[in-house]
Design a protein around this ligand. Structure first.
Ligand SMILES: [Fe+2]
Length: 272
């Protein structure tokens, strides 16, 4: 399987807005789109990534022409969405998911694979790559961090989402933040006040549920916390559907899109 990268390393080291705008025009590489993770659990992500990694290694070996040096297998792969592209309408459109998943996430996968080659993090888990490259290798961190964030983001949403929060998680939210309404208010406020591109979060730190926000591809992982819910507030996530109305997007996300069962899975994993 050949692996074509539309960008070189200098692309990934450029400023944030360039990263986002250039990702808009990245060409889909269909060969990378057929893999895994449909209906995955939080804990299955690392295992699935490794499985896809091994699978692509086998395919590469089988298809490699004679006398060609063995190339490194891809580590990051783009999972299919766990629902149809139009399944989140009217809160998130088919067009948004076609751009966001098929082009933006794919660009992080493509660049991440190229930037990982030859680094000390080759062969490490995705979480270890994200945490290890933070502050040391900006290009790799930006792409690996966004790959991690988006792998979960697709699963933090579902058709007919929102609604009741599972009891144990609800209690942890009330214990940590005060009430479910306060959590929603603070989560939306974190997303609204994140200047420029970034994310807002629910995370577990020192056993307690907190609200956080971060810039660009960062996540609570780099502050010693464990993310359990994140909302992408890069413009590519909402501008087609909401234009500049980021607060409306965040309200729709928390009220109508969140897959609370998946959040609970991540909470359970975070407190172990
Ligand atoms: Fe995104």
């Amino acid at each position: 399987m050949s692996f074509q990268n539309p960008y070189n390393q200098s692309y990934a080291l450029q400023a944030t807005e360039t990263l986002e705008s250039e990702a808009c025009i990245a060409k889909p590489i269909e060969a990378q789109r057929r893999t895994f993770l449909k209906g995955l659990s939080a804990s299955a992500i690392a295992l699935s990534a490794m499985s896809a990694h091994n699978g692509s290694a086998l395919a590469q070996t089988a298809n490699r022409p004679p006398n060609q040096p063995e190339s490194k297998p891809m580590f990051f792969t783009l999972p299919d969405l766990p629902y149809a592209h139009d399944a989140l309408q009217p809160y998130m459109s088919k067009e948004t998911l076609e751009y966001h998943h098929d082009k933006h996430h794919l660009a992080y996968v493509t660049n991440g694979n190229n930037l990982l080659k030859g680094t000390e993090w080759e062969g490490k888990s995705l979480e270890d790559i994200v945490k290890g490259s933070f502050g040391k290798n900006a290009g790799l961190f930006n792409n690996a961090g966004q790959h991690y964030n988006h792998l979960h983001f697709w699963n933090w949403m579902k058709p007919n989402g929102g609604g009741a929060i599972p009891g144990k998680l609800e209690k942890a939210i009330i214990d940590g933040i005060g009430s479910v309404d306060k959590m929603k208010e603070e989560f939306i406020q974190a997303g609204v006040t994140q200047f420029g591109s970034g994310w807002c979060w629910l995370a577990v730190k020192d056993g307690k549920v907190i609200v956080a926000k971060s810039a660009n591809g960062e996540s609570p992982l780099v502050t010693g916390a464990k993310p359990i819910l994140g909302c992408d507030v890069w413009e590519h996530s909402y501008y087609i559907d909401y234009r500049n109305r980021r607060p409306d997007y965040l309200k729709a996300f928390i009220e109508n899109l969140v897959n609370w069962a998946y959040v609970e899975e991540m909470y359970e994993a975070a407190i172990k």
